[in-house]
Design a protein around this ligand. Structure first.
Ligand code: PMP
Length: 351
């Protein structure tokens, strides 16, 4: 830390992204990326924009907002775009959190929420997941605090029915309920319909997973027009050109390529279910997943040891050290070939 670093950040513990090692070629099952390329139409549209890079992009992102709004049956004023969904999550923390409006989220969830709270000096509370890693939504009802729920949750992969989200929103009418749907396209159901009924719900989604565009950094939220205005106030105060030209064009092409989208997500779901069965057959405990990853543990090998041995064998999975989940690993779904290599390697290690 330099002597210039503000003391207000001196205790800040930043988010740790999954490792991206360069020492050798790994089968990367550690950062929930898609193993498949984006839509060819998205690639073509992004390339066309490369010629125009001298020009700023449209700060209002009008055409992409219109495309997303049309796809989800809302108006463009209900959509705000961001540089990855991480950014819109941060905007929401900035917009709605302060000493008298703390944030609440599960103890086991996306590891960025507590960092967004910390960097913005917003108090937060973590509510422990149940023994079986589900969320007891009663614990979020009527608490009069801002709430963030990843649905499906990460790294557990468990999806909760929308009726539960609805009860939480209904019982906290003076607070914001953010539903982070980064993985919803792999078998969950979106809460976007609820945004028409409840003015306190913000649904956050990303192009990183089911549309294979993690490198383009494109996320968005759908919420009431008033909330979108708030979030744009923050966006215009931080980075009005947060969506670059190539990403904006690729995003429009991707959202309009329904055939690609369905194929992409269904392929992952199919490979996930095959991988889940293979792990169960080897005696693993595998949580039910509606995402592009599995969260699994074995009583034959510790979580950390499995992570390490897989790494030695050229396969990266994500291991978290926090106590409740230290025996588990989060395994991103790759291609069928990737997963066959993964399963065979695990077999060699434990059978
Ligand atoms: N929410 C959850 C639950 C995630 O796992 C991730 C990705 N790591 C994100 C949001 C952010 O994804 P992105 O910024 O790529 O949209």
């Amino acid at each position: 830390m330099s002597k210039f670093f503000s003391t207000k950040h001196s205790k800040l513990i930043p988010y740790t992204p999954g490792e991206q090692p360069k020492d050798m070629k790994y089968i990367k099952l550690n950062t929930n990326e898609s193993p498949y390329p984006p839509s060819e139409k998205a690639i073509a549209e992004a390339s066309k924009q490369a010629e125009l890079l001298r020009l700023y992009p449209d700060p209002e992102c009008t055409s992409l907002r219109e495309d997303i709004a049309a796809y989800y049956g809302v108006e463009k004023e209900n959509v705000v775009l961001s540089n990855g969904s991480d950014e819109i999550l941060n905007f929401a923390f900035i917009a709605y959190g302060d000493d008298s409006h703390p944030f609440v989220f599960p103890d086991i969830t996306y590891g960025f929420y507590n960092v967004f709270a910390a960097v913005n000096n917003i108090p937060y509370e973590e509510i422990p997941l149940e023994e079986d890693f589900t969320i007891d939504f009663k614990k979020y009802c009527g608490i009069n605090k801002n709430i963030v729920i990843a649905n499906p949750n990460a790294p557990t992969g468990i999806f909760a029915p929308l009726t539960e989200i609805e009860k939480v929103a209904q019982s906290n009418p003076d607070n914001i309920v953010i539903v982070d749907e980064a993985y919803v396209d792999f078998g969950g159901e979106t809460a976007i319909t609820l945004t028409k009924k409840y003015d306190n719900i913000i649904v956050v989604q990303t192009f990183s997973k089911s549309r294979s565009m993690a490198g383009a950094r494109l996320g968005f939220c759908i919420a009431s027009k008033e909330i979108c205005r708030d979030l744009n106030t923050i966006r215009y105060s931080v980075n009005p050109y947060n969506i670059n030209r190539m990403t904006m064009a690729a995003g429009s092409a991707a959202i309009n390529d329904e055939e690609y989208f369905q194929r992409n997500r269904l392929e992952i779901i199919e490979t996930r279910e095959k991988t889940r069965k293979a792990l169960l057959d080897m005696g693993f405990e595998v949580l039910p997943s509606k995402t592009n990853f599995l969260f699994a543990k074995s009583d034959r090998i510790g979580g950390e040891e499995l992570y390490r041995k897989l790494r030695e064998n050229g396969i990266l999975v994500r291991h978290f050290t926090s106590e409740r989940i230290a025996e588990y690993n989060r395994i991103t779904i790759g291609t069928p070939e990737d997963m066959e290599t993964f399963i065979n390697t695990v077999k060699g290690l434990i059978l």
